[in-house]
Design a protein around this ligand. Structure first.
Ligand code: SF4
Length: 101
């Protein structure tokens, strides 16, 4: 969003706005600490955290932000992606690490 108090010649472009938004922080209930939006966009993986829309909707127009970053198809893919519960996440991490029973 444009800051009306900022002179026009110092207003950031879309990329600058995105970088500003990536620095915003919230408390992550999953990690128990403060994280940036930039972290939530790629937490130890190439895709955004599956909870990003739930965590950020109160702080910015997250769907618009995601559509700008991922494209409309990417946003739809994120919305339609099946959710994993905590155990599913742990099992996926163990599988990625090559740990078997
Ligand atoms: S989107 Fe994921 S990493 Fe970011 S605050 Fe929410 S649960 Fe934590």
């Amino acid at each position: 969003m444009d800051d009306p108090a900022r002179p026009a010649d110092t207003k950031p472009g879309a990329a600058g706005l995105r970088r500003e938004q990536e620095q915003k922080t919230i408390h992550c209930s999953r990690l128990g600490g403060t994280v940036t939006l930039g972290y939530c966009m790629s937490p130890a993986q190439d895709a955004p955290c599956e909870r990003i829309r739930d965590c950020w909707w109160q702080f910015l127009d997250i769907d618009r932000y995601l559509a700008e970053c991922l494209g409309p198809e990417g946003l739809l893919e994120l919305i339609n992606k099946p959710r994993r519960d905590r155990l599913g996440i742990i099992l996926d991490v163990l599988k990625e690490l090559g740990v078997s029973r």
